[in-house]
Write a protein that binds this ligand. Structure first.
Ligand code: NOJ
Length: 553
């Protein structure tokens, strides 16, 4: 392979090179002891995050919500749900994070609200054609008596994307659109009142001092004119579509909304940032979200969904740096989040789809835990050497696998319910964290309650157990983050290196980085001095499923 230089775009804003740690509040740390994590729990663990070496935290939603989709169904965008604490707890957490030099990003859910939101409750009571209904997407049904949904769209969580309401006089009435659960009605973003409301919500959190927003379903806000029928083809993925145009994903009109928000953030000091959750089929389209006057970052899902394959990984890294670089944005990198199988399990899946529908007790072909953890550690070792900004998901620094044996009766993901148990969904990556090997609920709280059951074998992944093991995943992450910071790897140039076909290798200055994706060792030569190895090994041959940072004499 010819050597080819690629740069992360320069610029001094913090988000261009930051390592951002995702906190899923209900599973992070539980100060109240009710089995659901909370804001005071986060505050109590900020020193642990500081010592890990991250730059910022992103909090999944903690706003008022009936929790039908774990908080991604917001009933009041300007308050904290009592499950997680109060606005004062939020302010205290923010201040404590800032005092430690940790920036804070909050999750904003603009595509839909909860059906308990006051606007939706007003819409249900109001008449068809009223201003109250115009904030959401209400339509008359098809068929003689409007008994059929307005079109054939299928919800991401399964079933129709439409729900029929009963009008105030008791008769069957209009239908409303919900891309996700029936309890998550979509806003109508062609309505200026909706736009103004969200500008005001942005300002509410910016005034409190947040450093930015992760924007949920950023590619879904605008629907194609006339809401035409659409049947996904075989290439389609439920969150992003496939080859062809999807009438509810990535419509052009969505970009005006982010240009508008960009201007709102620019009114504030301190480089506030927007990061889009936009699942689009190609990197070329993903990069449209981060043109200079739009969002600052967007998640690199094509990278996250790349299987453990050297050619595919080289291609996606090269294309990411090219496509984001073309619009002057840094690439982001991510391997895990609260919607996908944890990468310490996913990377050992043998099925064609690296994500699938979750893994549960009856799933066939469960991933091998030893291979999964090795690949997971190697993948992170490679990722944290890349220029740009990287996202980590809570628990990956412990090497947590997917929880694959959650009994049916504990499941909470709406995917599970709307598919009648055919799709396990995402509970397996959302289980509360183990902090101590021997404490109640592994130190998640001091009562032993846990909203999802923690696997008994997680004692060995507990943070306190890993603290004392030099080769633990926790100490690997710490070493990677320390070295990444010292060598300023978040910015600068990457030079590809000629290597074995089943490896990915590049140079960052005098630092060589290589991951071995084959089944056999790769000899690196006598002159290497290792800086970091993803697994302990002796000699100079890099074992299978291992990565290393090294210099040459
Ligand atoms: C994406 C979020 O990450 C996911 O957890 C949620 O279910 C959907 N958006 C709907 O808000």
């Amino acid at each position: 392979m010819a050597q080819l230089e690629q740069s992360a775009t320069s610029g001094s804003e913090w988000w261009r090179s930051a390592v951002i740690y995702q906190i899923y509040p209900r599973s992070f740390a539980d100060a109240s002891g009710d089995g659901i994590g909370d804001l005071p729990g986060i505050t109590s663990r900020l020193d642990d995050l500081k010592s890990l070496g991250i730059d910022a935290i992103w909090l999944s939603p903690f706003m008022t919500s009936p929790q039908k989709d774990a908080g991604y169904d917001v009933a009041d965008y300007r308050d904290v749900d009592p499950l997680f604490g109060t606005l004062a707890d939020f302010d205290a957490m923010l201040q404590a994070a800032h005092a430690r030099g940790i920036r804070v990003i909050v999750d904003l859910v603009p595509n839909h609200s909860s059906d308990q939101h006051v606007w939706f409750q007003q819409a249900l009571k109001a008449a068809p054609g009223s201003p109250e209904r115009a904030r959401y997407i209400f339509r008359d049904g098809r068929g003689e008596n409007g008994e059929l949904p307005p079109n054939n769209w299928e919800s991401v969580f399964g079933g129709s994307m439409w729900e029929r309401v009963t009008e105030a006089d008791g008769t069957p009435g209009q239908w409303y659109l919900h891309i996700f659960d029936v309890s998550q009605p979509d806003f109508d973003w062609t309505n200026e009142e909706v736009r103004e409301e969200f500008r005001s919500i942005l300002r509410f959190w910016l005034d409190r001092g947040v450093d930015g927003f992760r924007v949920d379903v950023a590619h879904g806000l605008i629907k194609a004119e006339g809401l035409p029928d659409y049947t996904p083809d075989a290439s389609a993925d439920s969150m992003g579509g496939g080859e062809e145009d999807v009438p509810y994903w990535g419509q052009d009109g969505v970009h005006d909304i982010y240009r508008d928000w960009h201007r709102v953030l620019a009114e504030y000091d301190g480089d506030r940032a927007l990061c889009g959750e936009a699942w689009l089929p190609t990197l070329q389209r993903t990069a449209l979200w981060v043109r200079p006057d739009e969002m600052h970052q967007t998640f690199n899902f094509p990278y996250m969904m790349t299987a453990w394959d050297a050619d595919a990984l080289r291609d996606v890294i090269r294309e990411s740096l090219d496509e984001f670089g073309r619009v002057g944005a840094p690439s982001t990198w991510v391997l895990s989040n609260h919607d996908v199988i944890r990468h310490a399990s996913r990377l050992a899946l043998t099925a064609d789809s690296p994500q699938g529908d979750g893994i549960g007790p009856r799933s066939a072909g469960k991933p091998d835990p030893v291979i999964g953890l090795s690949r997971g550690r190697a993948a992170t070792t490679l990722m944290l050497a890349l220029p740009g900004s990287a996202y980590l998901y809570q628990g990956e620094e412990l090497g947590l696998p997917e929880a694959m044996e959650i009994p049916d009766e504990f499941r909470q993901d709406p995917t599970w319910f709307r598919s009648n148990g055919e799709r396990y969904g995402r509970d397996g990556c959302r289980v509360p964290l183990p902090w101590t090997a021997s404490g109640t609920a592994f130190g998640f709280n001091d009562t032993g309650a846990s909203w999802l059951p923690q696997p008994a074998e997680w004692a060995r992944f507990a943070r306190d157990a890993e603290e004392t093991q030099p080769d633990s995943t926790l100490n690997l992450y710490r070493a990677l983050l320390t070295e990444r910071r010292a060598r300023k790897l978040g910015t600068g140039t990457l030079v590809w290196e000629d290597t074995d076909a089943s490896a990915v290798a590049f140079r960052r200055g005098d630092l060589h980085v290589i991951a071995n994706l084959s089944d056999a060792p790769i000899e690196l030569g006598e002159d290497v001095t290792f800086v970091i190895r993803s697994e302990p090994f002796t000699g100079t041959a890099l074992p299978a499923n291992t990565a290393a940072w090294f210099t040459r004499a």
